[in-house]
Design a protein around this ligand. Structure first.
Ligand code: DGT
Ligand code: CA
Ligand code: CA
Ligand code: ZN
Length: 562
């Protein structure tokens, strides 16, 4: 219900804004704003309301009642589309800037011929805005800042950025339950914004939020939005007894929610964020936990990481959901760097850090020296490191495995020779150069490395750096096939800046029976904790414990490398 009402309210308000930009008379404009407000406040759904019923709502006259019905039927209304067509569509980008309303858009457009964000930025930089009546220097600077914010806020957050924000605002929920839902809870690699559900008292939270240094976008009793740095956080307040359905709704994904509602309907139940209404009974059952909601729908619990409408609904119906990997099943980290290359920890410190995490092993995989990456190891250094590792292992709870992250050169050969690689426990091969090769060349390059008998694992297989570097052009289908044929592993690089493989490739590799390994690529002790992100994306890729090399004990692991 909420969806169609809020859509209608938004479209009516947009109509008012468009009319204002076009310079229509204020009476008509105000009628739209008023109707929008009233519909937003309405507690029943406009879906199925007759024209006469709509007319009962204060602020809705006959003309607007017809438009509301048109929205319910078609998702928009004719006059709105006409009004949009009357002005340059780029004006709407400007209208969406923070602190910019329709009157401002109209003035800038009429007086300065500003039609696009670029025009606006230029006008602000040339100090042409401050001269307009009622604008001034300060307003001009605010407009420029809003444009710049828009340009950077398009970037999605990494997991570690998100966690910093969550830590910043966690104090505002002091003493009460709250959960970060949305894509965060589903374990996505990057996040558009954060969605928090809480049973805390709105007034207390709102008040404490003001002290966090985040900027309030809107504040209310049922929802509040703030901006922390450049990132948005939406907070939804809920009653304890409705927490289960609200959490499911806000965890999403949107497609999952839609499927879940359909299933509920098939069983004669109407599901929304407040509860389940059984057909004909007219009363709403409320649920404090997600588990109870799934039970009421006759389903097993679906872990958030699977809620993408990617086959989990079909699986749950057949009671065939996988038992997903959990972090406590991880026995070691299969990609770490020491101070022998660009890491911060000595071998002794590494072993100690591994023991602290109760790991059986850590794969010490420093860079090879070929590309002149900071302090890479040459053949001679590799031999010295192997004997040093033997010494460390003599009295260490956590075993260091000797390895290397060897460069896969442009032609698919390795940066160190076979005579060096053969003595190592496990070898990771990674692409660190010539990223721009065309698809076929890159694909054959990596496949050649997979076919190299000394390489066990392909590191960060697509080379992406989130928000900074696109993956190189590679045919992962063929790489996955080659890894399967060669019995080699593909890495899930758990660094929050990479998360490479991503969930879809993990899922595909897993389905084809390809080995997977999680490596944090840690350069310090703290970064060993990135393991949780690796487990998270592995779960999104439907991984069971047995799909990962990291759940094996040392003996089984070394059998894999032979
Ligand atoms: P993001 O923020 O782009 O990383 O992705 P989400 O999944 O966090 O999306 P967001 O923040 O727009 O919405 C949070 C949740 O709210 C989403 O996962 C499911 C629910 N939701 C949002 N829009 C709709 C909708 O139109 N219909 C339904 N059924 N649920 C929605
Ligand atoms: Ca979100
Ligand atoms: Ca959101
Ligand atoms: Zn690397």
């Amino acid at each position: 219900m909420e969806e169609v009402n809020s859509r209608a309210a938004a479209l009516l308000a947009l109509m008012g804004e468009l009319l204002e930009i076009s310079g229509e008379d204020t009476f008509k404009v105000r009628a739209y704003y008023r109707a929008s407000e009233e519909i937003r406040r309405l507690t029943r759904s406009i879906e199925g309301m007759t024209e006469e019923e709509l007319l009962q709502v204060t602020g809705i006259g006959r003309a607007i009642a017809k438009k509301v019905q048109e929205i319910v039927r078609t998702g928009t209304f004719h006059e709105l589309e006409e009004a949009k067509a009357r002005i340059p569509s780029t004006l709407l980008d400007i209208l969406q800037l923070e602190g910019v309303g329709p009157k401002t858009v109209r003035r800038l457009w009429q007086k300065l011929e500003v039609e696009t964000l670029d025009d606006l930025e230029k006008a602000a930089r040339a100090h042409r805005i401050r001269g307009l009546k009622g604008f001034g220097e300060r307003r001009e600077r605010e407009i420029l800042e809003a444009v710049q914010r828009r340009r950077t806020s398009g970037r999605r957050m990494t997991r570690d950025e998100a966690e910093t924000i969550v830590r910043t605002i966690a104090g505002a929920f002091e003493g009460s339950g709250f959960e970060v839902a949305g894509s965060y809870r589903r374990g996505k690699s990057t996040l558009g914004d954060l969605d928090i559900v809480t049973t805390a008292s709105p007034s207390a939270v709102n008040q404490r939020l003001r002290r966090t240094g985040c900027e309030t976008i809107e504040e209310g009793e049922s929802r509040t939005s703030v901006r922390c740095g450049e990132k948005r956080v939406d907070i939804r307040f809920t009653r304890r007894e409705e927490y289960g359905t609200m959490l499911i709704y806000l965890t999403g994904s949107k497609n999952f929610n839609i499927r879940l509602r359909e299933i509920a309907l098939q069983r004669g139940m109407k599901l929304n964020e407040y509860g389940i209404e059984e057909k004909g009974k007219g009363e709403t059952r409320r649920f404090a936990t997600e588990e109870e909601v799934f039970t009421a729908l006759g389903m097993d619990y679906i872990p958030p990481e699977l809620r993408e409408d990617g086959g989990e609904i079909e699986a749950v119906m057949a009671h065939r959901l996988p038992h997903l990997l959990v972090e406590s099943e991880i026995r070691g980290d299969l990609h770490v760097h020491s101070s022998w290359s660009d890491g911060h920890l000595s071998l002794d410190q590494l072993a100690e850090a591994g023991a602290e995490r109760h790991y059986q092993y850590l794969l010490c995989s420093d860079h090879s020296s070929t590309l002149g990456i900071a302090h890479g190891l040459d053949g001679e250094a590799v031999r010295r490191q192997i004997s040093e590792i033997e010494r460390v292992n003599r009295d260490s709870e956590c075993t260091l495995l000797s390895g290397i992250e060897v460069d896969i050169l442009a032609d698919g050969t390795t940066g160190l020779s076979a005579s060096v690689l053969k003595d190592l426990d496990l070898v990771i091969g990674s692409v660190h150069s010539a990223f721009k090769q065309d698809r076929d060349v890159m694909t054959r390059r990596i496949i050649r490395a997979i076919e190299n008998e000394h390489i066990d694992i392909i590191g960060h297989p697509t080379g992406r750096i989130l928000g900074q570097r696109e993956p190189y052009d590679v045919d992962m289908e063929r790489v996955i096939e080659a890894a399967k044929d060669g019995g080699k592993a593909l890495e899930i690089n758990a660094s929050p800046h990479r998360l490479d493989l991503d969930d879809l490739f993990i899922k595909e590799a897993r389905e084809r029976g390809v080995h997977l390994s999680i490596g944090t690529d840690a350069h310090s002790a703290q970064e060993l904790a990135y393991m949780r992100y690796g487990v998270m994306v592995a779960r999104r890729g439907w991984c069971r414990p047995s799909d990962l090399l990291n759940t094996r004990d040392i003996k089984e692991l070394l059998e894999f490398s032979r």
